[in-house]
Design a protein around this ligand. Structure first.
Ligand code: FA5
Ligand code: MG
Length: 449
């Protein structure tokens, strides 16, 4: 399943009239599945996702709790901060083609191979990625659509917004689902200088100033592609950085904002950078970008063009702009959260009082590590997420030691439970903790202490 057919089918599935039906179906399917999963760890032979049936296999590690998020589409909810931010960024790139309803289930070809990820790249591992089965994943980034969009579209600029899924740690800035916006811009090689200079003159004059920006030049560790001339790479880079700086300035409208560029690496761009902004005295990474690998343009029918791409995290920027302290709040259905925001307006979030937390520790001996069966904290975090859902505020490794004779490793994690909507009872958390213990022993083969 690839390319044009895939996008066409996805669009047909997501057509406005069908939208509600499949979301309702999915929510119904998975809210009952999520309840069932709490009592059972067995795997069904197929997963039904957005009207499509996928056989499961030994790669399957997507849980019903995660699948229940596919129906939320926070970035499409009017007045939700993520929607407001998305629309502001879209208005900045007003001449681009905007896409926001592509299917989150993509092939490993789309998510990795088309983007030139090495077969051994850690991003492909089951500890980092939600696999539907060995050939399909929940997209881990919006770049998964780059090749299809370039292959099928007619535009010279695209901006696409989507929910992305990553198996990750649990804390205030990490959630297994977050939202990214991908920008792609291509230019004809034959008319590069003229097209870029005319664009740049409008970009630089319309941007609010001043803001402090620290830049770095390309280097041996972040090279220009051998198929590009220095002048081509410099022009595309200048256009890329100026476009993004101008976007960030217009979003923040803050004369004291400090921006810096640092070197980065992505298999699908070179040179590559990340943009960071200074927030509460720390540098916060908000986006990755670079000059698109020519091989990607060549294989999607654009051998005569050069281009840039970027991917930014909407939650990271929204947390700063709206002053939202915990990433779980974006998922809240509490009126005290949602009623604070108006369509299209950036306002400061007024925190409502936090309900008390309840923490529980769990200690266990981990199974001996074998080749291909290494311990990974994300596997434990995933069990907590699946059993406790949004009640899990934070999971922290607080102690670890190796048995001096046997060489086995004991780990102790502290799980902080807190609801954003009510006070939790100790009994209810005890039941959840018992379930976390039971499933950890069953799925991870740990010996509880
Ligand atoms: C990527 O995902 C690349 N696809 C970006 C890219 C696109 C590079 C096109 C080049 C060309 P990265 O994993 O760094 O890169 O994520 C991009 C942005 O998503 C980050 O800068 C950050 O803003 C956001 N992000 C990443 N991980 C998380 C997370 N766990 N929670 C919230 N936001 C995150
Ligand atoms: Mg990054």
């Amino acid at each position: 399943m690839r390319g044009g057919r895939y996008i066409l089918r996805v669009n047909a599935l997501l057509g406005s009239s069908g939208k509600l039906a499949w979301r309702q179906l999915l929510t119904a399917l998975y809210s009952s599945a999520a309840a069932e999963a709490k009592n059972s760890t067995s795997q069904s032979p197929t997963l039904e996702i957005l009207g499509q049936s996928y056989p499961t296999d030994t790669h399957t590690n997507t849980t019903p709790t995660i699948l229940s998020k596919l129906s939320r589409n926070l970035h499409l909810q009017p007045s939700h901060p993520l929607n407001t931010l998305k629309r502001r960024i879209e208005s900045h790139f007003s001449t681009f083609t905007h896409l926001d309803n592509l299917n989150p289930v993509v092939t490993t070809t789309q998510n990795f191979d088309d983007l030139l990820f090495e077969p051994s790249h850690p991003g492909r591992s089951k500890t980092d990625t939600y696999y539907i089965n060995s050939s399909h994943v929940l997209r881990t980034h919006t770049s998964a659509h780059q090749s299809d969009v370039l292959r099928n579209g007619k535009s010279n600029g695209y901006l696409l917004t989507a929910d992305v899924y990553r198996r990750d740690e649990i804390d205030v800035s990490h959630y297994p689902v977050f939202h990214q916006m991908e920008g792609i811009r291509i230019f004809p090689r034959s008319n590069l200088s003229a097209e870029i200079s005319s664009d740049l003159s409008t970009l630089t004059s319309s941007a609010p100033s001043p803001t402090s920006i620290t830049d770095i030049p390309t280097s041996d560790t972040n090279p220009i592609q051998s198929v590009h001339t220095k002048s081509e790479a410099d022009l595309v880079t200048k256009h890329l950085k100026t476009s993004l700086e101008s976007m960030v300035k217009s979003l923040f409208r803050d004369e004291t904002l400090q921006i810096r560029w640092i070197e980065a690496y992505f298999p699908f761009t070179s040179p590559s950078w990340e943009m960071e902004i200074l927030y509460q005295d720390k540098w916060l990474e908000i986006l990755g970008c670079g000059v698109v690998q020519q091989q990607i343009l060549d294989s999607t029918g654009h051998a005569d063009k050069v281009g840039w791409a970027f991917g930014l995290g909407l939650e990271r920027i929204a947390m700063v702009l709206f002053d939202i302290p915990d990433i779980r709040l974006f998922w809240s259905e509490d009126k005290r959260f949602l009623s604070q925001f108006r369509e299209g307006e950036v306002t400061t979030f007024k925190p409502f009082s936090k309900y008390p937390a309840c923490y529980k520790d769990i200690s266990f001996w981990c199974p001996a590590e074998k080749e291909g069966e290494k311990w990974h904290d994300n596997d434990f975090a995933e069990i907590v997420r699946d059993v406790a859902g949004d009640l899990a505020e934070n999971v922290r490794l607080i102690d670890q030691f190796t048995h001096p004779k046997k060489g086995t490793v004991s780990r102790c994690f502290r799980i902080n439970y807190r609801s954003m909507e009510r006070t939790v009872t100790n009994e209810e958390i005890d039941r959840i903790q018992d379930e976390v213990r039971r499933i950890s022993a069953e799925k991870l083969g740990v010996t509880l202490r």
